[in-house]
Design a protein around this ligand. Structure first.
Ligand code: PHE
Length: 348
């Protein structure tokens, strides 16, 4: 405090102290509000400390006023300079707009994920791998012989109508199923053999709620001595329980494929309605998930395998249909023409 009737020395000392305290307070102001509060304290029009210093001049003896006036002016210059300096430095440190809160966690970017069909294929492969199956692949551009002839489709057989496809010329076509990988694998590796062959297949199918002209298939093949239909049924039932849950009910219905005999469709109890019947299972309570059967002897012979010695079974399923069951999708097209906002909901 400045004494009521200060001596010149007291006045000079107080002026220096005031200038120092004010400059320090301005420099320490951490934001605009703190700087304004300090400005009011030292330079305020009504009760600012500099105003008090100015008024103190009048209480000094007249011969002291010249030196005191100089000290007052110095204090005023120092304070204003310190205020300006801090104003400038705060402005350059503060971005315009909302203040940047560096403690806020950054928004995490989705780095992509596996497509639901790939997730399903990976899961199926993992289950069959425990049963001794490995993965084999074949070409999407296939010869007529591998796609049809080797698989016991007689030329012009009506079964081929269901497999109408895109012909590429010179006996080449886009494969209509993954079954040609059976023959290609058997030609290369002698039995015993257990493989899964996932891949894309092509058909002249409409693009509707349950069909797509290009879609994923997953083939399975087991060939050894003494393999019977019991092995087919039990292995596929074990798979269904592993994939869909331990209490999953399955059923096999007789069917026809030129390359298996006997043939069966495997159904699982509808996952969406629990077997009561809904639109997804067309009111039957069952969903067909694959075709299967005992490999036809002529397929083994086409691959150069002795069909008297070796037998086996095969299946073909649609991972897209299975992804619909697994994720409760009403339309298979969602898997093919949706953007990442849809896919990110199931992707890992
Ligand atoms: N290839 C058959 C299809 O696409 C499915 C199948 C594979 C059936 C293996 C039996 C054995 O329809």
């Amino acid at each position: 405090m400045l004494p009521d009737n200060p001596t010149l020395e007291q006045y000079l000392a107080y002026a220096t102290d005031l200038a120092n305290r004010g400059a320090a307070a301005f420099a320490a102001a951490s934001d605009d509000d703190a700087l304004e509060a300090a400005r009011i304290q030292f330079l305020g029009d009504k009760r600012g400390e500099l105003l008090v210093l100015q008024k103190g001049l009048g209480a000094l003896p007249p011969d002291a006023r010249r030196d005191a006036g100089r000290a007052f002016n110095e204090a005023k210059t120092t304070l204003n300079a310190a205020l300006d300096e801090r104003r400038t430095s705060l402005r350059s440190a503060t971005p315009s707009g909302p203040r940047l809160d560096l403690t806020m966690p950054a928004r995490e970017r989705w780095r992509g994920g596996k497509h639901p069909i790939t997730l399903v294929i990976d899961e199926i492969v993992a289950i069959f791998r425990e049963l001794g199956f490995t993965v084999a692949l074949g070409p999407e551009s296939e010869s007529e012989w591998y796609n049809f002839g080797s698989l016991n489709f007689p030329a012009d057989h009506p079964a081929m109508d269901l497999h109408d496809t895109f012909y590429l010329g010179e006996g080449a076509l886009l494969r209509t199923h993954t079954s040609p990988v059976q023959v290609r694998t058997l030609q290369k590796y002698p039995p015993p053999i257990r493989i899964l062959a996932p891949g894309t297949v092509f058909r002249r199918d409409p693009f509707d709620a349950s069909h797509a002209p290009a879609f994923a298939q997953l083939e399975g093949l087991a060939i050894d001595e003494g393999i019977s239909f019991v092995d087919l049924k039990s292995t596929l039932t074990v798979f269904a329980r592993r994939f869909f849950g331990p209490s999953t009910k399955t059923r096999f219905r007789p069917s026809y494929f030129p390359f298996t005999e006997p043939s069966a469709e495997m159904d699982v109890e509808c996952r969406l309605c629990g077997g009561v019947g809904c639109s997804a299972c067309k009111g039957t309570g069952w969903m067909e998930i694959m075709g299967s059967g005992m490999v036809h002897p002529s397929v083994l012979e086409a691959a150069g395998i002795d069909s008297e010695r070796f037998t086996g079974w095969a299946f073909g399923m649609g991972p897209g249909r299975i992804a619909m069951l697994r994720y409760g999708l009403p339309d298979i097209r969602l898997l093919y023409d949706s953007d990442v906002r849809f896919l990110a909901q199931v992707a890992e």
